[in-house]
Design a protein around this ligand. Structure first.
Ligand code: FRU
Length: 579
């Protein structure tokens, strides 16, 4: 078959695409084949998924869905050239039964292996790799890439977690919001993609809130999502603007507002809106990360925003870009040192600039009157919510019950997130944690404790560590805790009672070679004595908490077999399975 497409010269490529009924290759005259090749695939009428073979070391090609002359969808995909690492599904359902359409693969050389390995079927488990590092009780995407938690909210007994998601590969790109739900914060159900890229760009991080009073006019109790749309400009860099979408079915499906974007600016790195209803001013507040500061806005209706103030220049750590903010009030309960009843916490995730390199979560404690955040501390004071290397993009759930402030972090670090040794999926979330406040000297700090749901998830007592367990270590003073396997791989944790520090050394923890930034020892101040430690192990992660909440440390580990022995010098360990 021959078709004329202006300067394009097309001919059939049948041998390489035996699995598919039709294919053609078009070569633009005078250009290098690499830059102009495109293969056109006509999917069969039946078979919901077109399985795209991925090779992570391949450059990104473009996969487009085209009906007649309309571009219905376009994604960047590392289509396999020489070998297949894993498969990702292109869900054809949205395009089926509405006339013919084609899938066009661009910038992938015609002889690439992906064309003979592409398969169309209904098998959601097709070529599924059951990987040994996949955590058993932490949230992970089934396939594809995940980074920040987004738009988390609690409503009618269900915890909703949205997250930054690439369905078309296990590396960052093509940002969507995907959705999972849970009734116990431990077991999660995949609820699919919630927001897909559109003409305004890809879907960057943001927040959700329930509009109880119908201030936005989308209905009483509508769930509103606010996110950043990000799209590259032809001149380099990205345009980032804030958009909203609403759901009238409790967060299952969203409709994007036709007045988007609702907040634009010419500033670079203008993103990650976090909005909440502030009853002190009877209006919405919004905190937004802009470069190296936070901007605070107010609105009566989530559509019209007024800038109220800015916070951050000169405060805390500025060795990276400020991202993913949060702002909330925490109660102060039974303080012996102060009659303060509450304080506000401004969360500021920063990358790079973390205490051990790369990404981390800093925060500021102070007051907020609906217009301006005033920090308690001197500008040079920096506070970290977690002292490990793998705790980023921490934000809280809107509407958690009993006035709880429950947070979840992304358990990775931008220094090596794309390189960790998992394939079919990448990244897990931390366990849920509940925040409070405590005082040390004249400073207020945020306390971090595993959410009470983790107690309910405690299973039987066992003699030795398992790949998914909680270890309680009761301490009398300084202690050394060594988790190890028969291969001699180990993680050494040290509590120094005199120095009041806790350290975790993962330099010999297993596979540490995929990034120079991975092997390290992280050290935390403990703000007093630790009497009991709670360690959560789940195949590729260790989260350590002072049971009183004054220290948290989250680190990934990739042992070649699970740690199955523990030695404690200076304390006593009790081990529980996690259900
Ligand atoms: C933080 C971040 C956000 C951004 C998102 C994009 O990890 O860089 O600032 O919205 O990731 O995926």
């Amino acid at each position: 078959m021959k078709r004329n497409m202006n300067v394009f010269k097309c001919f059939i490529l049948s041998a390489a695409l035996t699995a598919l009924p039709f294919g053609s290759r078009c070569e633009a005259q005078g250009l290098t084949p690499q830059a102009c090749e495109q293969t056109i695939v006509t999917p069969k009428p039946a078979g919901r998924y077109l399985w795209l073979p991925i090779q992570e070391s391949a450059p990104e090609g473009k996969v487009q869905v085209i009906r007649q002359d309309a571009l219905l969808m376009e994604q960047n995909v590392r289509m396999a050239r020489e070998h297949v690492d894993y498969y990702v599904p292109l869900d054809l359902r949205p395009y089926q039964n509405q006339g013919t359409y084609k899938v066009c693969v661009q910038n992938v050389p015609t002889g690439s292996i992906c064309f003979s390995k592409m398969v169309q079927n209904d098998d959601v488990n097709y070529a599924f790799i059951n990987e040994r590092y996949r955590p058993l009780y932490h949230h992970t995407p089934r396939r594809g890439w995940m980074n920040d938690p987004n738009g988390m909210f609690y409503k009618d007994g269900t915890w909703h977690l949205f997250y930054q998601y690439n369905p078309y590969g296990s590396m960052w790109g093509n940002m969507h919001w995907a959705h999972s739900t849970s009734t116990d914060l431990v077991h999660w159900n995949d609820a699919g993609v919630a927001l897909a890229p559109d003409a305004w760009g890809t879907m960057f991080s943001g927040s959700c809130a329930v509009d109880e009073n119908n201030t936005a006019g989308f209905g009483r109790g509508a769930v509103i999502a606010m996110y950043t749309s990000s799209r590259p400009t032809p001149f380099g860099g990205d345009v980032q603007a804030q958009c909203i979408a609403y759901s009238t079915d409790g967060g299952k499906t969203f409709i994007k507002y036709d007045g988007n974007p609702v907040l634009c600016a010419e500033d670079k790195d203008f993103r990650d809106p976090n909005m909440f209803w502030n009853k002190d001013i009877n209006a919405w507040n919004l905190i937004l990360a802009v470069g190296q500061e936070m901007r605070i806005y107010s609105s009566p209706n989530l559509k019209d925003w007024k800038e109220e103030s800015r916070f951050g220049l000169g405060y805390g750590n500025h060795d990276g870009v400020w991202e993913c903010p949060d702002l909330f009030k925490l109660p102060i309960v039974n303080s012996k040192l102060s009659n303060r009843k509450s304080a506000w916490v401004l969360v500021c995730n920063i990358n790079p600039g973390g205490p051990f390199g790369g990404s981390a979560t800093q925060y500021f404690v102070g007051d907020f009157d609906g217009h301006k955040f005033t920090c308690d501390s001197e500008p040079q004071v920096t506070k970290w919510m977690d002292w490990g290397k793998d705790h980023y993009a921490t934000v809280s759930f809107w509407g958690a019950p009993q006035n709880r402030r429950t947070v979840i972090a992304w358990m990775s670090n931008w220094q090596y997130a794309n390189d960790v040794p998992t394939k079919q999926y990448r990244s897990a979330n931390s366990i849920a944690r509940d925040l409070g406040l405590f005082q040390d000297g004249s400073e207020w700090y945020v306390s971090v404790k595993p959410s009470p749901e983790m107690l309910a998830a405690r299973g039987n007592k066992v003699k030795a560590p398992t790949e998914a367990c909680e270890i309680i270590v009761d301490l009398k003073g300084s202690a050394t805790i060594t988790l190890a396997n028969a291969k001699g791989e180990q993680v050494v944790m040290t509590y120094d009672d005199a120095a009041r520090t806790f350290a975790m050394d993962r330099t010999a923890s297993g596979n540490v070679s995929f990034s120079e930034a991975f092997p390290c020892t992280t050290v935390a101040p403990t703000h007093g004595r630790i009497k009991q430690l709670r360690l959560f192990i789940d195949r590729c992660s260790i989260e350590a908490f002072d049971a009183d909440g004054k220290m948290a440390m989250t680190n990934l580990v990739f042992p070649s077999e699970p740690y199955n022995s523990i030695k404690v010098k200076g304390g006593k360990a009790t081990i529980y399975e996690v259900k």
